[in-house]
Design a protein around this ligand. Structure first.
Ligand code: BQZ
Length: 672
């Protein structure tokens, strides 16, 4: 039984007598053809790694030379009292050899290095290479269901709850350091929480108020801190402290840039306190960015203070250098298939057939293994009045808050045609929002579907009084208003999104709704998305668990979801949104597995039967890793609890000396 089915099995079994028979939902998704070829053994939580002191440690040879020359402290003094120790039994190719380069290709570009203020570094694994978070989700894909008791430890090596689950006490790894040698301790936690998460002037990835109602932080000592909540919570809440929400930053490098500590600083100057070219920056990650050629390349060198080892005591990572070639997302797959890149989440279905063909040749540098459907695209209509420029925009937003309008648009979509427009073949499956079919929380019976039915769409739009009063083929807003024209923004770097939008424009045009495509570069797209300044948006958004970037999908705080943000602190949630919010809060706080499962099903039903977002298609993805890379587990999914860049555990990857790619900056480390 592969993992996802067994996880569903456990979740479903825990429903016991509260199982809901059948479903009141009108239409159901068509049967799905599963393309997943991932098979692997599952292991226990503690089979991956633990924390303990070893008798002796070793390090990359050039670091040993630097330590011998007094340029670095001895490796045992650079490691924590009890480092994180990766277990050999979970390494498919065993402990590794030092040296060489791991070559990423990405389509994003570093906004800057201040991730505390919400800046990303270009996605595609570059964020996760430098950021380490309190807990970790990615490797959970390999954990057997009975051990799926919550996130894995990381910077927080352990935590505990008080009797009524209103207090969470966490213990940091002791004696770890930032890559510049500064101690990692609870001052970094305080600064992250008080001066970033809780400061609503900072666009923190964990938005204010989203962890849990009334969350208050106390620092107990250098390595211990405690949250107190106004209502009981559960272990699920801890998942919100994994990547991308729960990643502390270097307080020693940022405090004096923050307006609270520097009267000359602004929130804008604080956000941009670590601009793209200002390297190196202190990180807890395995590699330190030392060189950034804009639009071309980021080079990272191993972190001499990295706090993880293998069971031989070898300080990790094994690779001395990591590259991020700044290209396009499609080129990431092209270069992986060609062998000039080492990694790709093949996620543009238009590439699937060609990549499959090329990977069949015996000398192909990669194998292609599809996982379950984890990638999903959807049209988001802005329920908020934020960014509305005139009365027409306000009238459109009003229309978007009308369920019948959204359902009519959903019936107007021919999702099979959209899927074939993106890639011919069996890859696409209809998507109407909520969990993707590859998620452990997907429940077929809780998923409403609006099948392609133009007549029904037209009848519903007529019923709403949206007639084409001026005979130009485009319906008009009520009372002889303007043409219904919805400008839809999308990330112009995503070809598969553009292709879907073209099909959506054509199909909605058939029922008299005009869509205007507005392609934005990644930065402007993100700015518009985060600021809610759009009428419509089409975007890829996986939804594997309720706690992975919940702000993308649910009204869990004033700034979430991005398509229904509060305006000047005000917002009127629609009744179903209030039900989603309540179900999410219960899911997070409940320790009753049957109740939690029911909450996931209620949320799936509420999102899909209300067309909260107008889903188009969902597809599987395939992880491509160069064959010369060792310890790349063949069962790693592209996206389950987290993206594969986290799930594959890059700090454990290595290449035999004879196959290593030449380093650009051999024998060097970041110089602060
Ligand atoms: C994977 C991922 C690792 C973000 C990003 C990008 C951003 C979104 C999303 C994916 C990229 C790759 O996804 O497409 O395969 O490598 O980086 O972080 O789409 O635009 O905002 O949520 O993860």
């Amino acid at each position: 039984m592969n993992h996802l089915n067994s996880l569903r099995h456990v979740l479903a079994a825990s429903v016991c007598l509260t199982a809901i028979g059948g479903s009141a939902l009108a239409d159901k998704l068509p049967p799905e053809k599963d393309l997943s070829g991932l098979e692997y053994e599952l292991i226990g939580r503690t089979d991956l790694y633990d924390y303990r002191a070893l008798d002796s440690y070793s390090e990359a040879p050039f670091l040993a030379d630097m330590a011998a020359e007094g340029k670095l402290p001895a490796v045992k003094d650079r490691l924590p009292k009890e480092p994180l120790v990766f277990k050999t039994g979970a390494m498919v190719d065993g402990t590794g050899e030092y040296g060489g380069v791991f070559r990423h290709v990405i389509g994003g570009r570093p906004e800057g290095w201040n991730w505390l203020a919400g800046q990303h570094q270009g996605w595609g694994g570059i964020n996760m290479a430098i950021q380490e978070c309190l807990v970790r989700q990615g490797p959970r894909w390999q954990i057997k269901s009975e051990d799926q008791t919550g996130p894995l430890p990381n910077l927080a090596k352990s935590w505990s709850w008080n009797d009524d689950n209103t207090q969470l006490t966490m213990h940091l790894i002791e004696g770890a350091h930032w890559s510049d040698g500064d101690p990692f301790d609870t001052e970094d936690i305080r600064f992250w929480w008080e001066d970033n998460v809780e400061d609503e002037n900072v666009s923190s990835r964990l938005s204010k108020g989203s962890l849990a109602p009334g969350a208050k932080l106390e620092i107990l000592d250098d390595y211990t801190f405690r949250w107190t909540f106004s209502e009981p919570q559960s272990e699920t809440l801890v998942e919100n402290l994994a990547y991308i929400q729960g990643c502390p930053g270097p307080s020693h490098a940022l405090k004096d840039k923050h307006p609270k500590y520097n009267p000359d600083a602004t929130y804008e100057s604080y956000t941009n306190a670590m601009p793209g070219e200002a390297l190196p920056v202190p990180v807890m990650g395995a590699w330190v960015p030392v060189l950034h050629k804009p639009d071309e390349l980021v080079v990272m060198r191993r972190n001499p203070f990295y706090w993880k080892v293998d069971e031989k005591g070898q300080q990790l990572p094994y690779f001395n250098e990591m590259h991020f070639r700044l290209s396009t997302w499609d080129d990431r797959t092209t270069q992986a298939v060609a062998g000039s890149g080492d990694f790709s989440n093949m996620e543009n279905p238009a590439n699937y057939v060609a990549a499959l063909k090329q990977s069949q040749s015996p000398d192909s540098p990669v194998t292609v293994r599809f996982g379950k459907r984890a990638l999903a695209w959807r049209l988001e209509l802005n329920f908020s009045d934020i960014g509305a420029e005139d009365e027409v925009d306000l009238a459109l937003r009003d229309l978007f808050r009308n369920k019948d309008f959204r359902i009519a648009l959903s019936h107007a979509l021919d999702r099979d045609a959209i899927g074939q427009a993106v890639a011919r073949g069996p890859f696409a499956y209809p998507y109407t929002g909520g969990f993707t079919s590859g998620s452990a929380f997907f429940d077929y019976d809780s998923t409403a579907y609006q099948p392609f039915d133009q007549a029904k769409a037209n009848a519903m739009l007529d019923e709403l009084g949206l007639q084409d009063t001026d005979g130009n083929g485009i319906r008009n807003l009520p009372n002889g208003g303007d043409d219904i024209e919805i400008d839809v923004i999308f990330n112009s770097g995503r070809n598969e999104t553009r292709k879907q939008l073209d099909a959506v424009i054509s199909q909605l045009g058939e029922v008299g709704i005009r869509i205007i495509a507005r392609g934005l570069d990644k930065t402007n797209f993100e700015t518009a998305r985060l600021g809610g300044a759009f009428n419509g948006m089409i975007n890829r958004r996986g939804f594997p668990t309720l706690t992975r970037e919940p702000c993308n999908n649910m009204p869990i705080s004033a700034s979430c979801p991005f398509f229904h943000q509060s305006q000047d602190g005000e917002r009127t949630l629609l009744p179903f949104e209030e039900e989603i919010q309540a179900a999410y809060r219960t899911f997070i706080s409940s320790n009753d597995s049957a109740e939690k499962l029911q909450m996931t099903r209620d949320i799936q039903r509420l999102i899909t039967e209300n067309a909260y977002v107008i889903g188009t298609i969902q597809t599987p993805a395939a992880l491509l890793v160069n064959r010369r890379i060792k310890n790349a587990h063949p069962g790693t999914p592209v996206y389950m609890f987290e993206w594969a860049e986290d799930g594959i555990i890059r700090e454990r990857l290595w290449t035999p000396t004879a196959e290593q790619v030449k380093e650009l900056l051999p024998g060097t480390i970041a110089e602060y």
